[in-house]
Design a protein. Structure first.
Length: 96
């Protein structure tokens, strides 16, 4: 993987961290938990997957969503949800 892509991935990680750190919704919930007498340790894990795309296929992929995907989800979306043990087979309910 070239250095430019590594830098972009690092920037993505920093942007995700910044978004979570600056979220008023998250800050509000954390504040409420602390008011209940608890300290909060929030640890998030982000998995960033890259697939190199050939130029002629890149245009096709950007213009259409995989037809085998359900609803507005791409195959990559479904794979990610599956890694979280979330299934869309019975509506949007998570697997148990």
């Amino acid at each position: 993987m070239n250095q430019k892509v590594k830098n972009l991935i690092q920037q993505l990680g920093e942007a995700i961290h910044e978004s979570v750190s600056e979220s008023e919704d998250i800050a509000g919930v954390v504040k409420n938990i602390r008011e209940q007498g608890f300290d909060v340790l929030l640890m998030l894990e982000a998995t960033i997957g890259l697939n190199e795309v050939e130029e002629d296929k890149a245009e096709d992929a950007s213009e259409s969503i995989d037809q085998s995907a359900e609803g507005p989800f791409t195959t990559n979306d479904l794979s990610f949800l599956k890694s979280l043990r979330i299934s869309l087979t019975d509506g949007d309910s998570p697997e148990e």
